[in-house]
Design a protein around this ligand. Structure first.
Ligand code: CMC
Length: 425
């Protein structure tokens, strides 16, 4: 076995080097503190692997993303969101029988408890749907307390996973209906996942909604592209919170809250708000670029940059093509898209952006696409959460399946005052 050596005060300590299936290398420092009395310091976890995982593979230099070995491009083209969800959670594409069972579980669990529906009345009309979503997902714990502890030998996990994947879209659609003061539309048992969501979002007694198959396809692709992204901020949150052995619903609730931030999933809403501000203030895309480069200014170009991708985000590449196709199909003249395209062109040519490897990320185009298919701006991050849910569930399960099971507990280097005496003050 290959080893890495660390020399501290003249003593050499050896640590095993481990290698993933795609050649990623890590120094296993599990025994570091016991052997040397030292810990590692890695603010923002830029170099820290928190787990071994067989779910998602990313090569940020080459722009590769695969779920359980399948390239994201193939899944976007050939799969559906529910099939990809099965792939992530169970590790393989479903057989015809598994597909039937999974689909039936989603249908059986699509409604929200009638008592829970009354919760919506208590939320102000202007409540952000991400706040409603996290609250309602955590509230599932109240309605299904039998799942506080998961028996992985029985089908309790399967039901819990299906319940979450199915109910999240109903909760999301109801939070939109609540905000516009329209009656809730109950899910239909005969509609596939994305059609059902669009129907619950947009159907109304006075404007019956007919689902456009192209829009349904776009939505499937968007959700597939969001479905997992290995140990990002929200997924690490789900794992860390779940490592205290709290139930799945509460772990997912924590993930939703982590996703909401503008540096993470909240960026898709920020992109559109930024484009609107540019339009409103009469700022040119060039001025906006200059502001993003100005180190004395905290302004960032939302939808650009990524911790892992140091070349084009493969998800953004797929969405850009889709965006062009939707603009052509809908025949829309959307000034925000023109601003977005100009920003992208300038960024790709700009020395600062090239040097820092800041390319458009998934949120740059997903915001524009959600706008094109009629999703309200404050729902964009909710859409991301619906998409990311199967990944969170898969990661939560993998963590529970990993032995030895350990609570997550980073250490720190204390930099505060040394011992003080109360009496000395
Ligand atoms: N606009 C302007 N400058 C930027 C940007 C940006 N969007 N992103 C990074 N930089 C600069 C940053 O100021 C820093 O400069 P310096 O070296 O002079 O200090 C340098 O590039 C490195 O940035 P960082 O913040 O240290 O990089 P990070 O890996 O910690 O952050 C990021 C990654 C995604 C948080 C960041 O690029 C960012 O804030 N982007 C905008 C928000 C965004 O679009 N987020 C969605 C990410 S994709 C969806 C998801 O997976 O969550």
């Amino acid at each position: 076995m290959k080893q890495a050596e660390i020399i501290i005060d003249g003593t050499t300590y050896a640590f095993p080097i481990i290698e993933g299936t795609e050649g990623e290398k890590a120094i296993d420092i599990t025994a570091l503190r016991d052997k040397t009395g030292h810990i590692t310091l890695d603010v923002g976890y830029q170099n820290t692997g928190s787990c071994l995982s067989a779910i998602t593979y990313i090569d940020g230099e080459k722009g590769i993303l695969r779920y359980r070995g399948y390239p994201i491009e193939e899944l976007a083209e050939k799969s559906s969101f529910t099939e990809t969800a099965h792939l992530l959670v169970y590790g393989h594409l479903p057989s015809p029988e598994e597909r039937k069972v999974f689909s039936q579980r989603l249908t059986e669990n699509s409604m929200i408890h009638e008592e829970m529906i009354r919760f919506f009345d208590s939320f102000p009309l202007k409540a952000h749907p991400m706040a409603i979503l996290s609250t309602m997902v955590n509230a599932l714990t109240v309605y299904y307390p039998e799942f506080f502890t998961v028996d992985f030998e029985s089908d309790t996990f399967d039901i819990m996973a299906a319940r979450l994947i199915s109910k999240i879209r109903t909760i999301a659609a109801y939070s939109h209906k609540h905000s516009i003061g329209e009656p809730f539309v109950y899910p239909r048992h005969d509609y596939p996942y994305c059609t059902n969501f669009l129907y619950m979002m947009f159907d109304s007694p006075v404007h019956p909604y007919e689902v456009d198959p192209d829009i349904e396809k776009v939505l499937n692709i968007l959700l597939i592209l969001h479905a997992d992204h290995e140990q990002n901020c929200s997924t690490s949150t789900v794992r860390l919170v779940g490592s205290s052995m709290v139930n799945l619903y509460s772990s997912i609730c924590a993930g939703i809250c982590a996703l909401w931030g503008p540096l993470h999933g909240g960026a898709n809403q920020e992109v559109i708000d930024m484009l609107k501000n540019i339009q409103k203030d009469g700022m040119t895309p060039k001025q906006c670029m200059e502001a993003a480069k100005d180190r004395s200014n905290s302004f960032r170009l939302f939808g650009f940059g990524h911790r892992v991708y140091k070349s084009y985000d493969p998800r953004a590449k797929i969405l850009k093509t889709l965006c062009d196709a939707m603009v052509a199909k809908l025949g829309v003249k959307e000034p925000l898209i023109d601003i977005a395209l100009e920003l992208e062109r300038l960024a790709l040519e700009d020395e600062f952006f090239r040097e820092k490897k800041l390319y458009p990320n998934v949120d740059f185009y997903s915001g524009i696409l959600y706008r094109l298919i009629g999703i309200p701006t404050n729902m964009y991050t909710v859409m991301f959460a619906i998409g990311r849910l199967p990944g969170w569930i898969a990661q939560w399960k993998e963590m529970h399946d990993t032995k030895p099971f350990r609570i997550g507990r980073p250490r720190q280097i204390y930099t505060g005052p040394s011992l003080k005496r109360y009496e000395d003050e």
